[in-house]
Design a protein around this ligand. Structure first.
Ligand SMILES: [NH3+][C@H]1C[C@H](O)[C@@H](O)[C@@H]1CO
Length: 628
């Protein structure tokens, strides 16, 4: 295959092209990126006096613990507490422990910030009573501990402690323990609320992100961050939709919500944390507002939308409003960020193509209002660009596609034939998820991928060359889902996996990393690849004008190598260039047992105004050559 490259760029590669889609799914937030290590830290959204309400808290020995609706709750947002019965004059320590989110990763010498709130009825326990917070390894050996007198003041008392493990435990099977010693006196009870343990966070942000996951994501230089969903925006019911105002301010004022992926969301990772995160990674937020449609099928239209539009206006004003004229903006200022955040795009709902009966009404009602209030913003539609017709005409559609590696390899021309009528496209969710085209969302036994494979990543790379070729109308794209716990996921495959102390970079992660780190800023047309349903060899050529480099990306989906010849239109081309190649057995994956099975390998290759390159079987290659 000979590829002749043009010297005249056809269009820019927008700086926004590669970014990340996030929602709390598979513990990507609570138990993942959000650094809180204690699972069910505040007994949010649980039924008191049930065993389930305690999960995963466990009693130490034969201690008696239960979740109660506290008669004197810590706050109105957190009505439940853990009640510990303290027997009279208990010589032994009594208490309870938390195993974290499928473990707690602890490292010797690292300072973990522990905090909890307790309340003992006035005078209800001896003055010698004491409270100990400790970190225990899998054998209940103490790694770190902090002891303080227990004060029976009748009022909620906060205890904070910095716990530094004396050594690194042999596994993640560690726990956070709270014990009470009651030297003497009658039986009593201690209530506990909002118990928390944080490691040092990314950039030291309070209530921040887990550094190893954060750094893994930052390495892909994401230009945008879509949040809070995805399904997890919508709610099964109107009452359980994501609501920005429940996710800001002190943690004790955040009630949490029943998320849409089968677990309670603490909302400790809330709107302000998302916005700080966007600033820390120099990303722009693609923020969604709820648009009157729930996963349970409820939809709200017309004037009944008014309170939700008002809530959306407040949400947007929290991000960009003027503190002098907007209460949500003043709240933002009071939380330490008087200046507005960057915001250009607001997404209207999620996957509204599931409700094409009412989407036109809901879009019209909402966007007519929001665009009048915020004329500077661009609103993204989530229904199909093929219909129903929306008014005002959407400037942007968010397109989602989940399919097979073969689909992605053979559909990279999806946007070539799209009419250039001023509409722009955000490929907000795409991933090769199964090898079974007739049952994509089935089980692993039916072809569903547990982890991305070499074939799925190379197929996605083919599809992504199409985004570069059509970057005049495709301005952003993001793989989904971004993150998933390898111990508890509701969706596979995920771009990045993790457990309590490891992060697992998939083959697809490396493809995203290679595209984002070798973007170029303009597209150079070249001999077009075959656009057939059996195409296996796809490529794109971009140029970095600053670095005076030509960047050639090649996706070879065939089981055989491909001999290629490149003809460059530059008079001064380096005689050597770099080739970074991701390849391996088509069905191979990076897994917790083999986390680095498939990693990119960079080598030097012979280059020149014309040069040959052999694309390995099932491979994604990025060739970079100095040329001008
Ligand atoms: N069903 C997918 C589409 C939806 O938007 C996401 O929440 C889901 C997983 O990425």
């Amino acid at each position: 295959t000979t590829v002749t490259v043009s010297a005249t760029a056809s269009h820019a590669i927008p700086s926004t092209l590669w970014g990340m889609m996030f929602e709390d799914i598979s513990h990507s937030g609570d138990g993942g990126l959000y650094a809180e290590l204690i699972q069910n830290r505040a007994f949010q959204q649980v039924a008191p006096d049930t065993a389930a309400a305690l999960d995963p808290w466990v009693p130490l020995g034969d201690s008696q613990i239960s979740v109660v609706a506290d008669s004197v709750p810590l706050s109105s947002a957190l009505p439940n507490s853990l009640a510990l019965t303290v027997p009279a004059a208990s010589a032994t320590e009594i208490g309870f422990a938390n195993p974290g989110y499928f473990g707690i990763g602890l490292v010797k010498g690292t300072a973990y910030s522990a905090s909890l709130n307790y309340r003992v009825a006035a005078g209800a326990i001896s003055k010698q009573a004491s409270l100990t917070i400790s970190l225990l390894d899998q054998n209940n050996k103490t790694l770190a501990a902090f002891t303080t007198p227990l004060r029976a003041s009748g009022k909620w008392t906060e205890v904070t402690a910095s716990l530094v493990p004396s050594h690194t435990p042999p596994s993640n099977n560690n726990s956070f323990a709270v014990t009470v010693t009651n030297a003497r006196g009658a039986e009593s009870q201690v209530n506990f609320a909002l118990l928390s343990l944080f490691p040092p966070t990314f950039k030291g942000r309070a209530n921040g992100m887990r550094p190893d996951i954060a750094e893994t994501l930052a390495a892909n230089k994401p230009a945008f961050w879509r949040f809070p969903g995805g399904n997890n925006l919508e709610g099964q019911t109107v009452a359980t939709r994501w609501q920005w105002n429940n996710t800001v301010g002190p943690l004790k004022d955040r009630p949490g919500r029943v998320g849409d992926w089968g677990y309670v969301n603490t909302d400790g990772l809330g709107l302000l944390e998302y916005l700080h995160w966007c600033e820390d990674l120099d990303m722009e937020p693609y923020m969604a507002v709820w648009d009157g449609y729930t996963l349970g099928g409820t939809n709200i239209t017309g004037a009944a939308l008014d309170p939700y539009i008002a809530q959306a206006i407040d949400q947007i004003n929290f991000v960009i409003g003027d503190p002098a004229t907007s209460a949500p903006a003043a709240l933002r200022a009071s939380l330490g960020h008087p200046e507005p955040f960057t915001l250009h795009y607001v997404e209207i709902g999620n996957e509204d193509f599931f409700d094409d009966e009412t989407v036109a009404n809901r879009w019209n009602t909402i966007v007519t209002n929001l665009s009048a209030t915020f004329p500077q913003l661009t609103f993204m539609a989530t229904s199909l660009s093929s219909g129903p017709v929306l008014t005002p005409t959407p400037k942007v559609y968010d397109v989602h596609v989940y399919s097979s590696p073969t689909y992605f390899a053979t559909n990279s021309f999806l946007y070539d034939s799209v009419e250039r009528n001023g509409t722009h496209y955000f490929e907000g969710e795409y991933a090769a998820i199964s090898t079974n085209d007739s049952n994509l969302f089935g089980t692993p036994a039916e072809g569903r991928l547990l982890f991305p494979t070499v074939a799925s990543a190379v197929g996605e790379a083919a599809f992504m060359t199409g985004f570069e070729r059509n970057a005049d109308i495709v301005f952003s794209a993001s793989y989904a889902p971004l993150l998933g716990s390898v111990n508890d996921s509701q969706w596979t495959p995920n771009l990045v996996g993790f457990d309590a102390s490891n992060v697992y970079k998939s083959t697809s992660y490396y493809v995203q990393n290679l595209f984002a780190n070798n973007k170029g800023d303009e597209y150079l047309p070249s001999t077009l690849p075959s656009n057939s349903s059996t195409a296996t060899l796809l490529w794109s050529v971009t140029r970095s004008t600053a670095n005076k480099e030509v960047i050639i990306k090649i996706s070879n989906n065939a089981a055989t190598t491909e001999e290629m010849k490149f003809v460059l239109p530059f008079k001064d081309v380096s005689s050597t260039g770099s080739a970074t190649v991701l390849t391996g057995p088509a069905t191979a994956s990076n897994t917790p047992d083999a986390p680095d099975a498939i990693v990119p390998v960079t080598s030097r290759i012979k280059t020149g105004t014309t040069f040959e390159y052999t694309a390995p079987a099932v491979s994604f290659s990025v060739l970079v050559v100095s040329a001008h």
